[in-house]
Design a protein. Structure first.
Length: 170
């Protein structure tokens, strides 16, 4: 059995002129320069996106605002087309319910949040004359009727959503 003895004569020359160190430093400089350029490019992209993403409409500076949101011209039935008829029906029902919930949420935010938050806010600090409180409540009655109708619609939609989700589970 022949055993090989580790011989150091097989290794590299002991002569080192420093060229590997110079080449390594040069590569490190190139990598550093590359990463610096890349970081500046990413920062420029981030700044460009931040400027457009943060631009908010200010009513005092811009009295007119344009909303340029693209709208889909197809119906849900056209968007949901598969070969499985049962899956089609389930997807159409769930997507319609999601659309209904989204519309209810938007209606609550646009029509009811502000009036309810500001209800009687201005009248808290001053004393009311006789009959003035009744006038304020009378002015709010149409809003309260709309809120009542809205809540009734929510009472109809939410159990339907729960029923559909429960029937999917079974």
């Amino acid at each position: 059995m022949v055993t090989m003895v580790a011989d150091e004569s097989w290794g590299l020359d002991k002569f080192d002129d420093g060229s590997t160190k110079i080449v390594g430093e040069l590569q490190l400089k190139k990598y550093g320069h590359f990463f610096d350029e890349y970081a500046t490019q990413l920062k420029a992209i981030e700044n460009a996106l931040d400027e457009t993403a943060v631009d908010m409409w200010d009513i005092t500076l811009d009295p007119i605002a344009l909303q340029t949101v693209p709208y889909e011209q197809t119906t849900l039935i056209e968007l949901i087309k598969t070969d499985n008829k049962i899956l089609n029906k389930v997807m159409i029902v769930l997507s319609t319910l999601c659309t209904e919930l989204k519309l209810l949420s938007q209606e609550a935010q646009t029509k009811f949040y502000s009036p309810l938050l500001l209800y009687e806010e201005a009248l808290c600090e001053k004393t009311l004359e006789e009959g003035e409180a009744q006038l304020h409540i009378a002015r709010m009655l149409p809003l309260f009727q709309e809120i009542s109708n809205f809540v009734q619609r929510c009472y109809e939609v939410v159990p339907h959503v729960i029923h559909q989700l429960a029937s999917m589970y079974n």
